[in-house]
Design a protein around this ligand. Structure first.
Ligand code: KMH
Ligand code: ZN
Length: 312
């Protein structure tokens, strides 16, 4: 695959893994999500991957009413590509999970490419019972060892077909090598059109580990399966965020950072904001001799429909 000229930085602002107790920087109110998204765009993120949360409790939400207060604000203040998650709940159905994307018709949305264990229960041990800020947090984290993140072929087909009229480019979340084969199968039956955008994900408990060998394995497998028909980015969860992002950039790939994926800016030090992580990876990318893509350059690289064709 020809080496791309620019590097796309995606910033995943809040997600559904971390909870308010874990970091004061994690945005969960409508205001904080909007502000941190705008600051991340200002710092160099051309794609903003967005989940919603309950404005009062910070609990992850896929309710349309929890997206409505911040999406137009972000659109008005930035030119960044808005990417809405369809993976914001480990318990709700695929139809419920895709409702925000169906409603707001963004330029991009996530598409999780396989069913898997998806757990963050070890984080619960870091806190005492009276540390938790909100009632829901402890059980949410501790009980994630019972989660199955369901993304069957039928779910994927239903999501792809429901969203097809919206011309949304998917961020194909691939947490293991098998997910690449799932994606290839789905492309072969006509669900997704090239170039597909693959997010190689490392370090989620239930997925492939955050070793460089695994990144090379994923990339080599994708080269074999998709040839020139794909673009790629790397998400290292937790402590592997910056190191794997750096390796991805050296290999000519794109990078995802953000407090959804890691709360840290360096070993043992909490990040102050999403923008701080974007600024750090931007510096690294530029030091490696690459240029960061503007939102319009990202649109061209990923063949997006354009910011004027969204419904918010
Ligand atoms: N939380 C990430 C590991 C989604 O939103 O659909 C993957 C993710 C999934 O961002
Ligand atoms: Zn997400």
């Amino acid at each position: 695959m020809a080496r791309q000229k620019k590097t796309v930085i995606t910033c995943a602002i809040t997600g559904a893994i971390h909870t308010p107790t874990m970091s004061d920087a994690l945005p969960y109110t409508y205001d904080d999500i909007a502000t941190q998204a705008m600051e991340a765009a200002e710092a160099g993120a051309s794609i903003l991957h967005l989940h919603a949360r309950n404005n009062e409790t910070g609990a992850p939400s896929v309710d349309v009413k929890d997206f409505t207060p911040f999406l137009p604000r972000i659109k008005q203040a930035t030119d960044a590509v808005v990417n809405i998650s369809t993976g914001g709940s480990l318990t709700l159905s695929i139809q419920e999970r895709i409702t925000p994307a169906k409603t707001f018709s963004p330029e991009m949305c996530s598409m999780n490419m396989g069913s898997m264990n998806f757990s963050f229960h070890p984080l619960a041990k870091r806190y005492n019972d009276d540390d938790w800020k909100f009632d829901w947090e402890k059980d949410y984290v501790a009980n994630s060892d019972g989660n199955i993140f369901r993304n069957t072929f039928r779910d994927i087909k239903e999501a792809a077909e429901t969203l097809a009229p919206h011309d949304i480019k998917f961020e194909h979340e691939c947490y293991d090598v098998g997910h690449l084969y799932n994606l290839k199968f789905c492309m072969d039956i006509g669900l997704f059109k090239a170039p597909v955008f693959i997010q190689f994900i490392f370090g989620i408990l239930g997925g492939i580990g955050p070793e460089i060998d695994n990144l090379i394995f994923m990339k080599r497998t994708a080269d074999r399966l998709f040839g020139d028909d794909y673009r790629w980015s790397v998400l290292g969860a937790g402590g592997s965020q910056m190191s794997l992002g750096t390796t991805a950039s050296q290999m000519g790939g794109n990078v995802r950072v953000g407090l959804e994926d890691s709360l840290f800016i360096s070993r043992g030090k909490l990040a102050e904001s999403n923008a701080q992580q974007v600024a750090k990876i931007r510096k690294i990318v530029e030091a490696l001799g690459c240029e960061v893509a503007t939102p319009d350059e990202a649109r061209e690289m990923l063949d997006l429909k354009g910011g004027d064709r969204v419904a918010f």
